[in-house]
Design a protein around this ligand. Structure first.
Ligand code: SF4
Ligand code: MG
Length: 321
């Protein structure tokens, strides 16, 4: 498989004011030095609790938000060097599906105009061609031509997410960042949408970055999975390797909380002590050391770097250095 994306040293710091009278300038380190590759045609899952920086990572990659630092190579080309028209053209290749399909669809626009909009923004597609493409895409995502003149409120949650997917797909992108795409849906609808995403991936040779707090959902759809904690990537491995042999104490705790259908596979649930620390004031050294039962002296001072222990299994933890 070819590498589609190379992300190196990605950082996104949001400035905040803190201290007495808000006089101290501080930063929320939403994404703090994250590096990974994404292969052409794969689904890379990114999991972690809310606020761990997974959405900010996804949005920075497709330049919905401007990264503070780092390089993002898309098909070998440095995205941060692109501006204006060239960037806009490139962005056709990278789309996003949002968690809440309702909030992300303009209630005053018909489905037809919602789906035509990306084609208007991204290129010289004639009105007739636009309509043709929209009718095509409606069918591809399991809707019908009758839906062309309808408004978002006339659709169920699952149908609205199909519209969100159609909108992402209509510019024929290579990469789709899916940010909690099924989290707002009933469980019965979730698998329909996940299966649709899998079919579309085959049909259109798509690459997905699939962001979710739900480990079962991520396991269902991903080829490889990365785990984030407090703005950092702490583990990355092939799906089966990660779920069967988690190395990082944080990953082990997350997985131990997932209900196991097979009682013999059930393991002791590891309870994490304390809350997730504030990303405005993350712990020194290993950001997880305040909650880690395996914490050692070195963990308080030295930040562990990602290290590949076996073929493809990378972990950032002093237990493995
Ligand atoms: Fe725990 Fe230390 Fe590993 Fe961090 S580096 S996860 S504190 S053992
Ligand atoms: Mg999020």
């Amino acid at each position: 498989m070819n590498t589609l994306l190379e992300i190196k040293g990605l950082k996104k710091y949001f400035p905040i004011r803190s201290g007495v009278f808000g006089k101290t300038q501080n930063y929320v380190k939403a994404v703090d030095d994250v590096s990974f590759d994404v292969m052409e045609g794969e689904t890379l899952g990114i999991v972690g609790e809310s606020g761990c920086g997974k959405s900010t990572t996804g949005r920075s990659i497709i330049r919905l938000i401007e990264p503070s630092e780092g390089t993002i190579l898309f098909q070998g080309e440095d995205l941060s060097s692109l501006k204006g028209d060239v960037l806009r053209k490139k962005r056709r290749d990278m789309q996003i599906i949002f968690q809440d399909p309702y909030a992300s669809l303009n209630p005053r626009m018909t489905i037809g105009s919602i789906l035509e909009e990306p084609l208007i923004i991204h290129g010289h597609v004639s009105r007739a061609e636009r309509k043709k493409r929209v009718l095509e895409i409606l069918e591809i995502v399991g809707l019908t031509p009758h839906h062309y003149n309808r408004y978002p409120h006339e659709f169920s949650g699952g149908q609205r997410q199909r519209i969100g997917i159609a909108r992402a797909l209509i510019t024929r992108p290579r990469l789709i960042v899916a940010d909690e795409p099924v989290s707002a849906l009933d469980v019965s609808i979730q698998s329909q949408i996940l299966n649709l995403m899998k079919e579309l991936q085959e049909q259109f040779k798509l690459t997905y970055i699939f962001i979710s707090h739900d480990l079962s959902v991520v396991r269902h759809i991903s080829d490889r999975v990365g785990v984030m904690y407090l703005g950092r990537l702490v583990e990355l491995a092939d799906k089966d390797e990660l779920y069967n042999n988690p190395l990082h104490p944080y990953t082990q705790a997350l997985l131990s909380a997932v209900p196991q259908p097979n009682p013999r596979a059930r393991q002791v649930r590891i309870i994490l002590s304390g809350d997730v620390p504030s990303p405005a004031n993350p712990p020194t050294g290993c950001a997880f050391h305040t909650r880690c039962s395996a914490s050692m002296d070195i963990c308080k001072t030295a930040r562990p770097q990602m290290k590949t222990t076996q073929a493809g299994h990378a972990v950032a933890c002093h237990l493995y250095t």
